[in-house]
Design a protein around this ligand. Structure first.
Ligand code: UFG
Length: 328
């Protein structure tokens, strides 16, 4: 099958591309390289192209008989989205519409979409189920929820079938050590903890220590990036088989606090990792844990990396060997 992956040079995208290559799919990656890394794309065809560039996208679809699209290209920083919403609606919605236009022109009607737990905002229930209301509290989450709604309309009108995967906290790295997480600026907890372990940062700031949780710090659901990537393959296969649109949470179902992450990282790295209490980060819900029952039942998805220590061990291998990320 010829599969187009947008945003394939990013953290999630590069792991999806690697898994696809291992299942012998023909992969065509499109990435504007604003945040992604060319070296992270381990095979297949690569196009340096922005989804806003209709002409170039059209050329790519003419050149390859694309059968399905995995759409990951997006801006994904909550704080930045509050400061520059236009950028988020432009890149995540307008450019995403361009992609849908070209897909329809070429009658490509299978799409796997990279969505987020941010669509739920402050959750009403834990664990969060897909049927819980979508009430995002920032432009990033709204851009993702709007796109899901658009996909629903395109399904009804044009029979474009989609599977939307609402990621919780993607973490860890491929066990080969070839690819991993490299953001600039880095805002995510586990890479920041490991950069502190490496001495690249003096200390980690714990954003809030008086939340109503077991140790006062925020609880999140960390899912290994390879488990997350494999769900995309199952989703493409399911679209092939059942031709039905669905939305799935993609998390582990387990929650760990910021302090538990730091303690586990201390154990894995054998380093001290200084950490100090700091102000809460605006908009951080105290607890986000997914129910991932639906994807287990319907797609047969299973975790291979099911404990935090293993997840952090794979991330540590990447960060230790590539302290400056892909520049190392
Ligand atoms: N944290 C710290 N110190 C840091 C960095 C993070 O204490 O230096 C805390 C955060 O407050 C949060 C937890 O660590 O409680 C995890 O933070 P991340 O930034 O790693 O991840 P988020 O849970 O904020 O973000 C994830 C996804 C987003 C998504 C969001 C939904 O990465 O794409 O969940 O709320 F939008």
């Amino acid at each position: 099958m010829n599969i187009l992956v947008t945003g394939g040079a990013g953290y999630v995208g590069s792991h999806v591309v690697k898994e696809l290559l291992e299942t012998d799919q023909r992969v065509i990656t499109v990435d504007n390289l604003n945040k992604g890394h060319r070296e992270a794309v381990l095979g297949g065809e690569f196009y340096h192209c922005d989804l806003a560039d209709y002409q170039e996208l059209h050329k790519i679809f003419s050149r390859h008989e694309i059968e399905a699209v995995i759409h990951l290209a997006a801006d994904s920083l909550v704080g930045e989205s509050v400061e520059t919403p236009h950028k988020y609606y432009q890149n995540n919605l307008a450019a995403g519409l361009n992609l849908l236009e070209v897909m329809l022109e070429f009658s490509v009607k299978k799409l796997v979409f990279s969505s987020t737990a941010a669509v739920y905002g402050e959750p009403r229930n834990i664990p969060i189920q897909e049927s819980d209301p979508g009430e995002p509290t920032n432009p990033y989450g709204r851009s993702k929820l709007f796109y899901e709604k658009i996909l629903g309309d395109y399904d009804r009108a044009y029979e474009l079938k989609f599977i939307s995967l609402r990621y919780f906290n993607a973490a860890g790295a491929d066990t080969s050590g070839q690819i991993g997480e490299d953001h600039d600026p880095e805002t995510h907890l586990i890479p920041l903890v490991l950069q502190t372990a490496l001495g690249r940062r003096q200390q980690l700031e714990i954003y809030g220590t008086d939340y109503d949780t077991r140790d006062g710090t925020c609880i999140r659901d960390y899912i290994h990036i390879t488990d997350l990537a494999r769900a995309h393959i199952l989703a493409v296969e399911d679209l092939e088989k059942r031709d039905e649109s669905s939305i799935y949470n993609l998390g582990s179902g387990d929650g760990f606090s910021v302090r538990e992450v730091i303690d586990t990282a201390r154990k894995v790295t054998g380093r001290e990792i200084p950490a100090v209490p700091a102000e809460k980060r605006p908009g951080d819900p105290p607890v986000l844990i997914a129910s991932s029952e639906k994807i287990r039942e319907e797609l047969g998805w299973q975790r291979c990396y099911d404990d935090l220590e293993t997840i952090i061990t794979t991330a540590w291998k990447w960060h230790k060997n590539n302290p400056e990320g892909y520049r190392s």
